[in-house]
Design a protein around this ligand. Sequence first.
Ligand SMILES: *[C@@H]1O[C@H](CO)[C@@H](O)[C@H](O)[C@H]1NC(C)=O
Ligand SMILES: *[C@@H]1O[C@H](CO)[C@@H](O)[C@H](O)[C@H]1NC(C)=O
Ligand SMILES: *[C@@H]1O[C@H](CO)[C@@H](O)[C@H](O)[C@H]1NC(C)=O
Length: 168
Amino acid sequence: MAILTIILLVSTAFALGDTMIRPKTPCEVARDAVPHGLVGAYIPTCDAAGQYTPEQCWGSTGYCWCVNSSGQKIPGTETPPGTARIICSTQNGMIRPKTPCEIARENALKNVRPGVYVPTCDNDGQYKPEQCSGSTGYCWCVNSSGQKIPGTESPPGTVRINCSTKWK
Ligand SMILES: *[C@@H]1O[C@H](CO)[C@@H](O)[C@H](O)[C@H]1NC(C)=O
Ligand SMILES: *[C@@H]1O[C@H](CO)[C@@H](O)[C@H](O)[C@H]1NC(C)=O
Ligand SMILES: *[C@@H]1O[C@H](CO)[C@@H](O)[C@H](O)[C@H]1NC(C)=O
């Protein structure tokens, strides 16, 4: 009986992660608190280190959203089932939804072939003011939506327009 109690205590208070016994993280505590077989419950997803994965989904409703490291939903990140899947990205320890530039870049990289232009994003995920096509060598300036600003394109080998000063 005493041994059983100890085993029970150990299994509820500790988790086996990376071959180390460590105390359960808040994510694991929350996850393991959901009774087995409870239909329709939201069960947090934790990574191997016991941290909340940036993307959380509620299986029974199909909703997904991004959370911060405390597991709190980041406002505006919830997507209903059947809509474009949410992509949560980590940056400087902060979790935020991927930006249009990052999504466009990812899609372009999935489909690399000659002539496909891969957008360049800054650290905040915004379009860099100057975009270049690796395959053609052309560069041009874009506005914050990533749209080419007419008249800014320069062919390879020519003097490039300074996109940061002129078109900001
Ligand atoms: C997570 O979000 C909640 C609610 O917005 C906030 O109170 C908490 O401080 C955040 N935690 C971190 C680690 O950013
Ligand atoms: C960027 O340029 C496009 C095309 O000219 C325009 O439709 C869009 O509104 C511009 N976006 C911003 C944020 O200026
Ligand atoms: C563009 O102009 C800014 C401000 O004058 C300067 O700091 C930057 O180095 C220039 N960039 C290029 C590529 O010349």
